[in-house]
Design a protein around this ligand. Structure first.
Ligand code: PLP
Length: 426
């Protein structure tokens, strides 16, 4: 592979400088921290579901000259001068998002997924309106009604959940709650549920009660882009996506919506909830969206799913209980209580051996949230590094050994070997 190929390939990870010479001279403390962070990553296996490795081409766009440009507003309607090139970059990002997701309208300015959720609610709702969303205990994000978040403070949330017997979303309950509460919006999507929402069913329920349908697909945006997950775009009024996570772009949000809602969504982002967009991030999003349209990226996305399936099978063999019996996505949520440990203890033991995963409260979890009975893992980063189903099956076995009480040292040794074999540019 040539240097240029490596930089433009959506799945390459090579050439990641931890810190430049200028940074070492100006601020050795932060430079040292960044160098240590690069080392930490190189020595561990990163299985946190929302993380990934930003592609080298995206990193280049992020540090490019648009980082300094103020461009409040939208292409052709800016509050600042000198925006012609920023406009061109944003139009490319918008056109690529519309084409990739077959969406009538796209807004690429949200600085985070939470900001995008705020804008989606602001476009559709008034304070005090009712919203039906997956309850936080069953896998909803904080922006789905947490009292610590604007959503729970400003709107009246009702939570639906999954069935205890099979762990799948209970659509009968969703329909019943929708009929009873007549919400103004229904949100489908989760941060830890490993199956895809039934978009047609959610649309039908929303239509029956005259509610908007919001698709919260930040976790699986990359799978939708690659055609590896059913697209919510034909069904949802607003789709809230992430450009980091599986898409390997800049940390940020992406809103897709119907032509009818375009103006309201744009106004809900700027000026309602944000100031000037970060134009370097917009440029980085354009790059990530172009890369996500390639056959190479599609193969990557499919491989995150086959890797996650191997991981789920391996964890089940080791005595853990994967929720819903497996996964359709890059993430696996598993009950660790059959092995007699809590989620928090599982997270600690794995971290001590270099396996980074997150404790996770499960639906109907009898344990207090700080302890929890589950763990959540994702295959985005390790797949970007080149690992596949064979390595993930082995990693599942390593997790199982740690939770069964085996000595940490030999597992840690194997983790370091695997990490080194795939560290090329982490
Ligand atoms: C990751 C995620 C978020 C939060 O994203 P931020 O960019 O950190 O705000 C919100 N909702 C869902 C469904 C997510 O997966």
């Amino acid at each position: 592979m040539t240097v240029t190929d490596a930089a433009t390939s959506p799945t390459a990870t090579r050439g990641r400088p931890a810190a430049s010479e200028a940074l070492f001279r100006a601020d050795p403390q932060i430079a040292d921290l960044l160098a240590a962070e690069a080392e930490r990553r190189a020595e561990s296996i990163q299985l946190l579901a929302g993380e990934n490795l930003t592609s080298p081409a995206v990193l280049a766009a992020l540090t490019g000259p648009l980082i300094d440009k103020y461009a409040e507003g939208y292409p052709g309607r800016r509050h600042h001068t000198g925006c012609a090139l920023a406009d061109a970059a944003e139009l490319l990002a918008i056109d690529r998002a519309r084409a990739l997701f077959a969406a009538p309208h796209a807004n690429v300015q949200p600085r985070s997924v939470t900001s995008a959720m705020l804008a989606a609610y602001a476009a559709l709702l008034r304070p005090g309106d009712g919203v039906l969303a997956m309850s936080l205990e069953h896998g909803g994000h904080l922006s789905c009604g947490s009292r610590a978040n604007f959503s729970g403070r400003w709107f009246e949330f009702t939570g639906y959940g999954v069935r205890e017997q099979d762990g799948l979303v209970d659509l009968d309950q969703v329909r019943d709650l929708a009929r009873r509460h007549r919400p103004k919006a229904i949100v489908a999507g989760s941060i830890s549920h490993p199956r895809h929402p039934d978009w047609a069913a959610f649309r039908e329920i929303a239509d029956e009660v005259d509610a908007y349908l919001v698709a919260a697909v930040a976790q699986t945006t990359g799978l939708v882009a690659a055609g590896a997950a059913p697209s919510p775009v034909p069904f949802a009024d607003v789709t809230v996506a992430a450009t980091h996570k599986l898409l390997r772009g800049p940390r940020g949000g992406l809103l897709l919506c119907t032509a009818e809602l375009a103006e309201r969504i744009d106004r809900a982002v700027f000026p309602f909830s944000q100031g000037g967009a970060a134009m370097n991030e917009v440029a980085g999003k354009a790059v990530a969206l172009a890369q996500a349209a390639t056959a190479e990226y599609r193969a990557y996305a499919l491989r995150t799913v086959s890797g996650a399936r191997a991981l789920a099978e391996g964890l089940a063999e080791a005595g853990l209980r994967p929720l819903t019996g497996g996964t359709d996505t890059h993430l696996v949520t598993a009950d660790v209580s059959p092995l007699g440990v809590s989620g928090a203890e599982a997270e600690r033991r794995c971290a001590a051996a270099g396996l980074l995963l997150g404790k996770c409260a499960l639906p109907y979890d009898p344990a207090p949230p700080a302890e929890a009975s589950g763990i959540r893992l994702g295959t985005g980063t390790v797949t970007s590094q080149g690992m596949g189903p064979a390595e993930l099956a082995e990693i599942a076995g390593l997790v199982g050994r740690l939770l069964a009480g085996d000595a940490a040292a030999p597992v840690a040794q194997r983790v370091r070997e695997l990490a080194a074999a795939y560290a090329d540019g982490v």
